[in-house]
Design a protein around this ligand. Structure first.
Ligand code: C2E
Ligand code: MG
Ligand code: MG
Length: 548
C-alpha cells in the first residue's frame, strides 16, 4: 500500500516523538567465517493506522520537504542506544552502519550532531559506519569534502552505498578514501556472466586501492558461493536475514558467531589479499585477471600446531585430490593429527611461513607426482593467536626433469627420515634455520636467536636432570675448540621430548659444516635404539661423568 505525501507530512512529527519510526537491523556477515561482523540500521515506520510503512514510501517525501535530517539523527540515536544495550549484555555486535541522506551533509551542524549523539551515549566512533550513496557528492562537493575529512580525522569509517548504480562511481574512488564499498544489489539481481565479471573486477580494483568490499542483495547460496570465490569481504542479504526488529535481531545473534574487534582487525587485514591475483605472492607487481585464477590457491588459518583451510579454489582442490586426499577435511586431518609418524612437509612449511613472513617453498614427491608447495603469511594477530597464510600447491607429472628432481627430493626425504630434527646453526649471526622436523618442538625457540633459543629449548624440551649438561654441550664459547679437537663433531645423549611429548633418550650431534662463506654447524637429533637407551640409563645411574 502506498501512503500519500500528505499523510507522511501530517504524521511525521508524531511518528518521531512516539517512536513509530524505528531502526531495524540487517546482519552483515563476514564471507570467510560467516560470523556477524556488522549490521545495517534501516528505518521502518510502524504506523498505528497503516501498519508497516517501507522507507521507499516515506524517505523521498522527507527528503523533498527537508525533514530527512531529523529522521536520520533519530535512527542514529536509536542505533547508538542499541549498540550500548548489546554491549551491556555482552553479546555485542561491535559495529553498525547507518544511512545518511546526501542532504544531511549540507547541514552546517551535521558533523557536530553526529559526534554529539555518539559521545552522549559513550559509543566509540569506530563503531558507527557512515553510509552515503553516490549521489551525495552532487549536492555540494566542497561541503561534502569538508565533512568527509572531519569524519575521517575523528576516527569514523565512511562507506559508499549502492556502488555501481550511478554514473560517477569510479571517479569517487579517486577523490575520496572510502573504507568500504557496498556493491549495489542490481548486480545480484541479474547475476549473469557479465554482472559477475563486473562484480569481480570491482572487488579486485577495491583491493588494489585498499578498500574493503561488501555486496548487498545476496539471496541464494549460488550467489554467496560466487562472492566467496572472488574474495569479497562481506555479504548482506536475505540469504542470511531480512532487516529485523531489535528483539528479532537479538534472537538471530544468539544462533550465530559474532565477530570481536580483534577478529575484525585480523579479517580486515586478510581482506586486503586478492584471491584472483595471477601473482599471489607478490601482489601489485603482476598483471591481473578477472576470471577465477588457475593457480591452485588456498588460505589457511594457522594457530599453534594446527592449520585450517578457510578458502581453496577449484585448482587447489584438484591438486590435493592428486595427492590422494578426497577433501580438504581429509587433508586437514592428516596434518593436524599430532601423532602421525610421517614427516609432514606442508605443516612444517606453514610454521616457517608464519615465523618468517617471506615466501616459503618446499618440494615434495608422492608416487609419480612432484609437488611444489609455497606459502606466505598475509595477516597475523597476537591477540587471537592466529595467522593467515596463503598457499599454492602445484603438481608436476613425470617428465625427464621432473623425474630427476623427484629422485633427488625423494632421496633427501629418505635421508631426513632417520632424524627427528635437523637444524643449521650460524653462531656468528646468532641464528638458526630449521631444515626438517617431525618433532613437536615449539617453533618459538628458533625465533629467539641461537643463544636464547638453545636456553629456551633446554628449558622446555630437555629433561630437568639433563639440562645443565645440555647447556654445557651447547656452550658457544667453547664449541669451536671442542669440535675441532674431536673429529669435526661432538655428540651426546640427552632425554628430550619425543613426538608424544614424553622424555626419551636421543642422540644429539653438532657437526661443523665445511663452508668458505660463514661458520655453520649442522645440529641433529636422532632417536636412540633400545640398546643404546639401556646403556644411557645405566651410565646416568652409575657413571654420569662418562656421558660427557
Ligand atoms: P540501502 O541502504 O541500499 O539498504 C538496502 C535495502 O535493500 C534495504 O531496503 C533492504 O531491506 C534491502 N535488502 C537487503 N537485502 C536484500 C535482498 O537480499 N534482496 C532484496 N531484494 N532487498 C534486500 P529498505 O530497508 O527498503 O531501504 C531502502 C533504502 O532506503 C535504503 O537502501 C536506504 O537508501 C534508504 N534508507 C533506509 N533507512 C534509511 C535511513 O535511516 N536513512 C536514510 N537516509 N535512508 C534510509
Ligand atoms: Mg544502506
Ligand atoms: Mg544499498
Amino acid at each position: 500500500m502506498t501512503i500519500s505525501d500528505q499523510y507522511v507530512l501530517d504524521h511525521f512529527d508524531e511518528a518521531i516523538v512516539k517512536g513509530y519510526i524505528k531502526a531495524y537491523f540487517q546482519p552483515i556477515v563476514r564471507t570467510l567465517t560467516e560470523s556477524v561482523c556488522c549490521a545495517e540500521a534501516l528505518a521502518r515506520w510502524e504506523d498505528p493506522a497503516h501498519g508497516l510503512i517501507s522507507p521507499v514510501d516515506f524517505i523521498p517525501v522527507l527528503e523533498r520537504h527537508d525533514l530527512i535530517y531529523r529522521m536520520d539523527m533519530a535512527i542514529l540515536s536509536q542505533t547508538c542506544a542499541f549498540y550500548q544495550a548489546l554491549q551491556d549484555r555482552g553479546t555485542g555486535v561491535h559495529s553498525f552502519s547507518v544511512n545518511f541522506s546526501r542532504l544531511d551533509f549540507t547541514k552546517p551542524g551535521f558533523y557536530g550532531d553526529v559526534e554529539g549523539i555518539l559521545d552522549a551515549q559513550g559509543v566509540p566512533h569506530e563503531a558507527i559506519k557512515i553510509e552515503v550513496t553516490e549521489s551525495v557528492m552532487f549536492a555540494d562537493e566542497e561541503q561534502f569534502q569538508k565533512v568527509f575529512d572531519m569524519l575521517k580525522a575523528a576516527g569514523f569509517t565512511v562507506w559508499i552505498d549502492d556502488f555501481g548504480s550511478g554514473y560517477s562511481s569510479l571517479g569517487l574512488l579517486q577523490d575520496y578514501a572510502f573504507d568500504l564499498l557496498k556493491i549495489d544489489m542490481l548486480f545480484m539481481r541479474d547475476f549473469t556472466h557479465r554482472s559477475r565479471q563486473l562484480v569481480a573486477s570491482i572487488v579486485k580494483t577495491s583491493k588494489a586501492l585498499g578498500i574493503l568490499t561488501l555486496i548487498e542483495g545476496v539471496e541464494t547460496q549460488a550467489q554467496a558461493r560466487f562472492i566467496k570465490s572472488i574474495g569479497c569481504d562481506a555479504i548482506q542479504g536475505f540469504y542470511y536475514s531480512k532487516p529485523l526488529k531489535p528483539e528479532d535481531f537479538l534472537a538471530f545473534l544468539s544462533e550465530r558467531a559474532v565477530e570481536s574487534p580483534d577478529e575484525k582487525q585480523y579479517w580486515n587485514q586478510v581482506g586486503r589479499f586478492d584471491l584472483l591475483s595471477l601473482n599471489p605472492f607478490d601482489q601489485g607487481k603482476a598483471a591481473s585477471t578477472v576470471a577465477q585464477s588457475d593457480i591452485p590457491l588456498a588460505m589457511i588459518e594457522c594457530t599453534w600446531g594446527r592449520g585450517d583451510y578457510v578458502y581453496a579454489n577449484d585448482a587447489y582442490l584438484a591438486s590435493i585430490k592428486s595427492l590422494g586426499f578426497d577433501s580438504i577435511q581429509a587433508l586437514e586431518h592428516f596434518y593436524n593429527d599430532k601423532i602421525s609418524l610421517h614427516y609432514n612437509p606442508m605443516k612444517n612449511l606453514l610454521i616457517e611461513a608464519v615465523m618468517k613472513e617471506t615466501v616459503q617453498e618446499v618440494d615434495y614427491v608422492s608416487g609419480d607426482v612432484f609437488y611444489k608447495f609455497r606459502a606466505k603469511c598475509i595477516a597475523k594477530s597476537k591477540a587471537l593467536n592466529k595467522a593467515m597464510v596463503i598457499a599454492t600447491l602445484n603438481t608436476f607429472r613425470e617428465d625427464a626433469t621432473v623425474k630427476n628432481m623427484s629422485e633427488l627430493v625423494q632421496y633427501s626425504q629418505a635421508l631426513y627420515a632417520s632424524y627427528e630434527h635437523v637444524n643449521l646453526c650460524f653462531p656468528d649471526k646468532n641464528a638458526s634455520i630449521r631444515l626438517f622436523s617431525k618433532a613437536n618442538f615449539q617453533t618459538a625457540h628458533q625465533l629467539l636467536g641461537l643463544r636464547d633459543g638453545i636456553r629456551s629449548f633446554a628449558e622446555k624440551e630437555v629433561h630437568p636432570d639433563d639440562r645443565e649438561r645440555y647447556l654445557r654441550f651447547f656452550n658457544m664459547d667453547t664449541l669451536d675448540e671442542r669440535v675441532s679437537s674431536n673429529k669435526g663433531f661432538i655428540q651426546q645423549g640427552f632425554r628430550i621430548h619425543d613426538m608424544n611429548e614424553v622424555y626419551a633418550w636421543h642422540q644429539v650431534r653438532i657437526t661443523l659444516v665445511p663452508t668458505v662463506m660463514e661458520k655453520m654447524y649442522i645440529y641433529t637429533i636422532q632417536a636412540m635404539s633400545d640398546i643404546s637407551t639401556r646403556i644411557a640409563e645405566l651410565l646416568i645411574r652409575e657413571h654420569p661423568e662418562m656421558l660427557e
